[in-house]
Each structure stands twice: as structure tokens, then as C-alpha cells.
Design a protein around this ligand. Structure first.
Ligand code: ADP
Ligand code: ZN
Length: 615
């Protein structure tokens, strides 16, 4: 490790304190910043909320010239620039949403050296006129945000991102910093190669998000379960609810609205202006819930998303990690909650079987799903398992996931598995009719339903051999056998079929360990908070809470007046500390994390007045 040159570090620390109002660097920020300030390249892998932005914003302020930031998130550039503006940082952007007049003004500001940061859409750089413009000013650095866009799993922006490897040829002396929240080793290597970052120092942060509590609930009555979660644990909080289909997005948003909860839909089937308006409301107003397909969320940097709920099973652990990662960027306690049931497994297996693409592609989808299912069915610490997927060690027993807080029992399910598999085998021999899981369970439990009588299934040897388990328990067994690959779904009929591996169980050559589902909790108790949540997670008394609400109302008004998202004014974490510490004057206020010089000047008197307004 190199000792950073003090002459360079001091300005960086000054900028952190004066401009951003923070006391100390987090994790490897300081090392990364001094690497770039020194003119060297860096590749940064850090989870969402880890603090990537400062890693290029501070060097851009410390080095001479303008930091050029390449970002695909055109829709969010205005908010990013507004947030910098609130900090007194001179920033602008160039993208296709501007009219020629606006563009000229930004170009002029750049040429005259009046910009600290310039945000560019990737396709702009391919245009010769942009390159010529950049030559007319001084480039402090290039920051390549969302750098995983170059990878083959990638995105629409891939061709433009691939061209970024030319930056080093055209501007050899300018340091480049590539940043991403995608954790896999594969993606990291690909970014380095494709962007020509051969000399770059790599910084790989821990991907743990200690302030997020991970929970997977057996899916029972998802609408009601979601409502319980919102009412008991997250009243008035902003959050995202992910659903698989457009139809379920619409339905869920409507159900929440009917219950008097502020919820908006978002999916690719909505007109662009409705999507944009809903996204803007979610970002700008407090306590809005976005019900969305996974089309929503990339680059959303709203810091106070308090929960991410999945009503359907994500297709991969990567997806799950990215989506849940949108909760709690501000470091305050947040919830990742997933409802998962038998039908999810059946549906996803079926979708894979029916998907286009060759066998190799379907195998890849299957292995992604298997890893996700293993995470759902684990009896171990979910955080440890999640991190292991990204090749990162965690000692387990995190205390902030459901399996740690409420350890599930593992049990020997070999005999029930044999019973269920034999029932599948008997039905299979009988000419593959459309017998779903419900019918199987009825046979095992010995129920003489009309369908059973009609098919004569009450004379099967397996009829009634499973009275020791309840319907729910049998469904749980079937779900876990599917997750373990001991059963599969026939894509034509949705019927359950045996697999090669089932023979080992039927032949008593393999034991089956299962987890006992915890009973669905009527009203979920408030989960214990992670011990590792950051210290700025001030715990508020009732009085403080009241003050906090008052400050939030002041913030909402201030944000509205200026047409910016509430978090641009102050983050929740800052308002909570203000509520807890009640600074008496501007001097005391300036000592609070998140209050830099520009915000002190702009909002100091307002926030003190709001604090003192009757108490
Ligand atoms: P990322 O881009 O990695 O998702 P951000 O750059 O948006 O994360 O940072 C996440 C949050 O953490 C922001 O609210 C940011 O202001 C805050 N933050 C970043 N660095 C620090 C620090 N050194 N001290 C306090 N807060 C920080
Ligand atoms: Zn745990």
C-alpha cells in the first residue's frame, strides 16, 4: 500500500468536509481518490450505496479542469446536476434531451473552465464534435459510471461503451476511473479488458450491505403479507415492490391504492410520459411506493428507499442482489423481503423450458435459478450465502436475516420425499394427465375428492400414506424437491415429473434434508436491527421522531419550491441527526454530517427555524 502524498490528501479531505459536509472517508474512498488525483487509472467495484460518486467527484474538484462523467442514465442527469448544484459544485450535462440553446450554454461553460463536472451520455463521445469540444477545455479525469455496460450480459449501450477504450489513445495523460456495483469476477475482468484499463488499480469493496435485513417468507397470501409488512414495519416509508408481470404490477398498485397507500405502477407497457412522471414522483416526494417490473431501478439513487419487496421470485442471485441493493443507500436500516412459494418454482422452470435460445442458454438460466432457489431454501445465514455467491467470505450469524433471527429447523425429509415421488411415479404411469400439486397432495392425504374418485386414485397404494403432514407441509416438500432438482415441471401440462436424481431417492440411495417453513407471522414483529448499521442511523425517541417529521415537512416544502427531489436538500440521515442533536445555531449545525458550506448558507436559517417552530 502506498502512503498517499499529504499535499494531495489534505485538499481531498478539505473538499470532503467543506463541500460534502462529511467527516471521514469511508472504506477505500481515500485510496481511490488519491490514485486518481495522482493521475493513475482505477477500477472500482463497490456495492450500491458504498459511496462511488465521491470517488470521482472529489478528484474532479481537486485536479485542474473538468471531470468528464460518462453515464447511460440520461433521465437522471438533471437530478445529479441539481444535487451537485445544492452542494455548490459547478456541474452540467450534455445529452439528447436538451435544446440547442441549453447545449450551447453548457459547452460555453466548459470551454471557459467554469465546470467542475460534465456528465455525458456515452453515445456523445463517439461524435467527433464532442471530442473537439473536450479538446477546447481541460479534462481533469474521465469517470465511466455503470461500467458493467461493456460486459456481454450488457445493455443497449454496449457499442458506445466499447468505444470508450479509445479514450486512452486520444487523451493519454488523463486518468480514467471505471465504477460499477456488479460484483462478479467475470464482469470485473471484462471491464478491465474492454476498456483497456490495463494499468488500473483494482479496488474491490465488500459487497455486504450490513444495514439491509434479508427475509424470505413462504408465499401464502402475498397481497395481505405485503400489506402487513407495509403497515407494521414501514408505514409512510418509500419502497419498491417488484412483480414479474405487467398485470401483477397494475393489480398490486391498485390494491395498495385501495388501502389508502400511495403507490404508483411502473412497467415497460406504460406510455413513456407516465413512466417518467411516476419515477419523478417517487424520487421527489416522500413515502411513495413504486410497484414495478425489473424495468425500473437502474441508477436510481434515491437514498431513502426503506424496503424492497419481491412478490415473485427473481431469476438470479445477481438480479436479487441488484434489486434489493436499491434499499438503504443512506446506510439506515432497511428491509429486503421476498415472498416465495411452490408456484414460483413451477412458473420459472416452465418459462425456462419454453424460452428461446439453445440448450446452453437454457442451462445457464437454470443454473442461475438454482442458485436463487438455494438461497431461498437455505437454513444458514442468508447474508453469508449471498456473499459466497460473489466469492466473498462472511462468518455467518449476521443477526440481520431471517434465518439468523429465527433459525429454521432442518428435518429428515427422506420418507416424505419417497412418498411424494412414488405418487408422481404412479400418476406418470397412468398416462400423464393434468394432475397438479393439489391433486397429488389430496392423494397423499387420502381425500376422496370427486376428481380422485373419478380417476380411481383412491385405490393407488400411495393413497392416504401422507396423513401425518398438512397440506401446507406437503406443498413445502414439493417446492423443495423442485428446488433441489428432484422433481421437474412438464412444460406442456405443468405436471410434475421425476428426474434422474429422483431415482436415487426412490432407491433409498439418497437422503433428503429439508427445512421446516416458519409459520407465517400474522403481524410481523419488528426485526432486530443489524448491529453493523452505520452510526449515522440515529435512534430517535418519540419527541425526536416528532421533530424529524417536522423537518421532513420543511424539507418537502423547500424541495418543492426549488423543483428538486427532497434528498437533494438533505438526506434522512442528516435530518435524523439534526432531530436528535437539536443544534442551537449555525455553527453547531455545520458540525452535523451532511451539512457542507453551500447547504449551510442556503438552508441553515430555514432548518433552524423549522427546528424551533414550537417544540
Ligand atoms: P453509490 O454511487 O456507490 O451507490 P453514493 O455515491 O450515492 O453511492 O453514496 C451513497 C450515500 O453515501 C450518499 O448518500 C453519499 O452522500 C453518502 N456518502 C458517501 N461517502 C460518504 C462518506 N465518506 N461519509 C458519509 N457519507 C458518505
Ligand atoms: Zn444472517
Amino acid at each position: 500500500m502506498t502512503i498517499p502524498d499529504a499535499a494531495l490528501t489534505t485538499p481531498a479531505l478539505d473538499v470532503l468536509r467543506d463541500v460534502f459536509g462529511y467527516d471521514a472517508f469511508r472504506g477505500e474512498q481515500q485510496e481511490i481518490i488519491s490514485t486518481v488525483v495522482d493521475g493513475r487509472d482505477a477500477l472500482v467495484l463497490m456495492p450500491t450505496g458504498g459511496g462511488k460518486s465521491l470517488c470521482y467527484q472529489i478528484p474532479a474538484l481537486v485536479r485542474r479542469g473538468t471531470g468528464v462523467v460518462i453515464s447511460p442514465l440520461i433521465a437522471l442527469m438533471q437530478d445529479q446536476v441539481d444535487a451537485l448544484d445544492a452542494l455548490g459544485v459547478r456541474a452540467g450535462f450534455l445529452n439528447s434531451t436538451q435544446d440547442p440553446g441549453q447545449r450551447r450554454a453548457v459547452e460555453q461553460a466548459y470551454r471557459s473552465g467554469e465546470l467542475d463536472l460534465l456528465y455525458l451520455a456515452p453515445e456523445r463521445l463517439g461524435v467527433e464534435s464532442t471530442a473537439r469540444l473536450l479538446d477546447q477545455g481541460t479534462i481533469a479525469l474521465f469517470a465511466i459510471d455503470e461500467a458493467h455496460c461493456v460486459s456481454q450480459w450488457g445493455h443497449d449501450f454496449r457499442p458506445d461503451y466499447l468505444r470508450l477504450s479509445e479514450l486512452a489513445e486520444r487523451w493519454p495523460g488523463v486518468p480514467r476511473i471505471a465504477l460499477t456495483a456488479t460484483a462478479t469476477q467475470h464482469t470485473r475482468e471484462e471491464i478491465a479488458t474492454r476498456l483497456g484499463l490495463t494499468e488500473a488499480r483494482h479496488f474491490v469493496a465488500s459487497f455486504d450491505r450490513p444495514n439491509i435485513t434479508y427475509r424470505v417468507a413462504p408465499k401464502d397470501n402475498p397481497g395481505k403479507q405485503l400489506l402487513d409488512l407495509l403497515r407494521t414495519e414501514h408505514p409512510g416509508d418509500a419502497g419498491i415492490v417488484y412483480c414479474l408481470s405487467r398485470a401483477s404490477v397494475e393489480k398490486t398498485a391498485q390494491q395498495l391504492t385501495d388501502q389508502g397507500i400511495r403507490a404508483l405502477p411502473y412497467h415497460a407497457g406504460l406510455p413513456a410520459h407516465v413512466r417518467a412522471a411516476n419515477q419523478s414522483t417517487f424520487l421527489r416526494e416522500d413515502g411513495v411506493i413504486m410497484v414495478a417490473t425489473i424495468a425500473f431501478g437502474m441508477g436510481i439513487d434515491k437514498p431513502d428507499v426503506r424496503f424492497v419487496a419481491h412478490l415473485d421470485l427473481p431469476k438470479s442471485v445477481e438480479g436479487y442482489y441488484q434489486e434489493t441493493g436499491r434499499a438503504g443507500r443512506d446506510g439506515l436500516p432497511s428491509t429486503a423481503w421476498l415472498a416465495y412459494g411452490l408456484a414460483d418454482v413451477v412458473q420459472q422452470r416452465k418459462m425456462i423450458a419454453e424460452s428461446d435460445g439453445d440448450l446452453a442458454h437454457r442451462r445457464r438460466l437454470s443454473s442461475h435459478l438454482d442458485a436463487m432457489l438455494a438461497l431461498c431454501e437455505t437454513v444458514e445465514c442468508r447474508r453469508a450465502q449471498l456473499l459466497r455467491y460473489f466469492d466473498q467470505d462472511h462468518p455467518g450469524s449476521c443477526g440481520a436475516c431471517d434465518t439468523c433471527q429465527n433459525p429454521p429447523e432442518a428435518w429428515d425429509g427422506t420418507v416424505p420425499a419417497q412418498k411424494l415421488l412414488s405418487a408422481v411415479f404412479r400418476l406418470d404411469r397412468e398416462r400423464n394427465q393434468r394432475f397438479g400439486v393439489g391433486h397429488l397432495v389430496d392423494i397423499l392425504r387420502g381425500k376422496s375428492t370427486p376428481k380422485i374418485t373419478q380417476w380411481g386414485h383412491d385405490s393407488l397404494t400411495v393413497f392416504g400414506v401422507g396423513e401425518d403432514l398438512s397440506d401446507g407441509e406437503w406443498r413445502s416438500v414439493a417446492r423443495q424437491l423442485l428446488a433441489l432438482g428432484l422433481l421437474e415441471v412438464d412444460s406442456n401440462h405443468g405436471t410434475l415429473l421425476l428426474t434422474e436424481a429422483s431415482a436415487e431417492v426412490l432407491g433409498r440411495r439418497r437422503e433428503v434434508r429439508l427445512r421446516r417453513d416458519p409459520r407465517p407471522q400474522g403481524s410481523a414483529r419488528k426485526p432486530a436491527r443489524s448491529r453493523a448499521a452505520r452510526p449515522e442511523a440515529a435512534v430517535l425517541s418519540d419527541v425526536d421522531q416528532e421533530i424529524f417529521e417536522r423537518l421532513r415537512a420543511w424539507r418537502a416544502a423547500a424541495a418543492k419550491e426549488q423543483g428538486v427531489p427532497a434528498y437533494v436538500v438533505f438526506h434522512d440521515a442528516t435530518l435524523r441527526t439534526v432531530a436528535a442533536e437539536r443544534p442551537a445555531d449555525l455553527d453547531a449545525l455545520s458540525g452535523i454530517s451532511g451539512v457542507g458550506q453551500a447547504k449551510l448558507d442556503r438552508y441553515g436559517d430555514g432548518i433552524l427555524a423549522a427546528l424551533q417552530a414550537q417544540g
